[in-house]
Design a protein around this ligand. Structure first.
Ligand code: GLU
Length: 429
């Protein structure tokens, strides 16, 4: 049984890749694992009934070696610092795998947003920015949506930053609504990027989406959009879950209806006309493609042996533990790893940032075409290395990312030293 925390898992993955890549500088590896900065904040919130509450929030700034810290903010009762540290580290690896000029960071607030009114949610979001804005900025740290946050959350954050800094800097946050400087295609980007990667992998194996059976765990932004894309490509989504139930239908679930039901704030458990299983059942349905699109640590040593899929597309961050990874590999299951498979979100976030900085607006087809090129290039490099070295895609992706990160860190140190020297000179009498 595994007791590894998410951050320990991130560290082991880095260690394994470093050993594989022949990186022996233990000081360097220690630097890569540790976040550069951690901010913990206490956010006051006046509830609608007049009570005063305080919520704990985090922003972990993991690495700025390749560019500004980049990563989402999640609202969830199970957020803790260890988890946010892992998620921030995974962002550093992810931005390096897809080779965009950004670093890694992550934020979170310990809260169940479903228990807050819209006014309370806005107040909490602005309160979070009020406490971190000194450490955020278009060239410093660029937040985005994650679990239980969306374009409305990002609009509030951007607006609060503008109010506090008296500047109009939409590039401070990505994943905004179109009306507030968001990018076309950002809403569907995580699923679209995952689709592109799976398409490349299936094509390389001489297969197609037609008739493939799919199970999706989690029906938030990533899961619901993936369901739509896969159905459109000819696959059959026979199982889908949220935190209340798994719905199954051998002939295929009505995806649009399920998405509308969720958008109206209702859960799958209330859909009595479908066969309903427990929420975890989606992972073990007899399908070709399994899409974990919920939280981390879902496929474990205890349950990975029950997975029947041939392909696992990790749209969630960290859904598979190391032991589960080994079990799946031994069973011949191809796992398309999170740091590649779900990178479409941050890639289009980067596109949004570029558009904001340059005063440009790209169309959805332009965004999707650029995303496909980026994802395909990343997949090809990872698949090529995995085939050459004879190991899994996850390990190959980490090796590529580590090498890019280390190259940038060398330059980073020089840059920092040069800056220190010139400021010392300027300060000299
Ligand atoms: N939350 C997403 C992720 O985990 C997107 C991050 C971003 O767009 O910066 O990759």
């Amino acid at each position: 049984m595994t007791t590894d925390s998410a951050y320990e898992r991130f560290c082991s993955l880095v260690d394994a890749a470093a050993a594989d890549a022949g990186i022996t500088d233990t000081g360097l590896i220690a630097r890569i694992k540790r976040p550069e900065r951690i901010h913990t904040v206490a956010i006051p919130l006046r509830r609608d009934d007049g009570r005063q509450e305080i919520y704990t929030g985090y922003r972990v700034q993991h690495s700025s070696a390749r560019g500004p810290y980049k990563g989402g903010i999640r609202y969830h009762p199970q957020v803790d610092l260890d988890e946010v540290m892992a998620l921030a580290g995974w962002m550093t690896i992810k931005t390096a795998v897809v080779d965009i000029p950004m670093g890694g960071g992550k934020g979170g607030i310990i809260v169940d947003p479903h228990n807050l009114s819209p006014r309370e949610l806005e107040s909490l979001t602005r309160g979070y920015m009020d406490l971190i804005w000194h450490d955020i900025g278009p060239q410093l740290d660029v937040p985005a949506p994650d679990v239980n946050t969306n374009s409305q959350t990002m609009d509030w954050l951007a607006d609060e930053f503008a109010r506090l800094t008296k500047t109009d800097a939409p590039a401070v946050v990505t994943g905004k609504s179109l009306a507030h400087g968001g990018s076309a295609g950002r809403d569907t980007a995580t699923a679209q990027g995952g689709f592109d990667v799976l398409d490349a992998a299936l094509t390389a194996a001489g297969q197609s989406f037609a008739g493939k059976k799919v199970a999706i765990q989690g029906f938030g932004n990533a899961g619901s959009n993936a369901a739509q894309l896969l159905e459109h490509a000819g696959a059959i989504v026979v199982a889908a879950s949220d935190s209340s139930a798994t719905l199954v239908a051998a002939a295929g679930l009505p995806i649009q209806r399920l998405a509308d039901h969720k958008a109206a704030g209702m859960s799958f458990a209330s859909l009595a006309e479908f066969t309903r299983l427990d929420p975890g059942a989606a992972l073990f349905e007899p399908v070709d493609i399994l899409v974990p699109a919920a939280l981390e640590g879902q496929l474990t040593a205890e349950n990975a042996g029950r997975v029947k899929a041939r392909w696992v597309l990790e749209l969630a961050n960290g859904p598979t533990t190391s032991e589960a990874d080994e079990i799946l590999a031994a069973a011949g299951v191809t796992v398309l790893p999170d740091i590649l498979a779900n990178a479409g979100g941050v890639v289009v976030s980067y596109f949004e940032w570029v558009q904001n900085l340059n005063g440009e607006r790209w169309t959805r087809p332009e965004v999707e075409a650029r995303l496909a090129v980026t994802m395909r290039r990343a997949y090809d490099a990872v698949a090529e290395l995995a085939a050459r070295r004879g190991h899994g895609l996850r390990q190959a992706a980490y090796v590529i990312a580590l090498q890019r990160l280390i190259d940038a860190m060398a330059g980073h140190k020089l840059k920092a030293r040069r800056a220190a020297k010139s400021s010392a000179k300027a300060a000299a009498p």
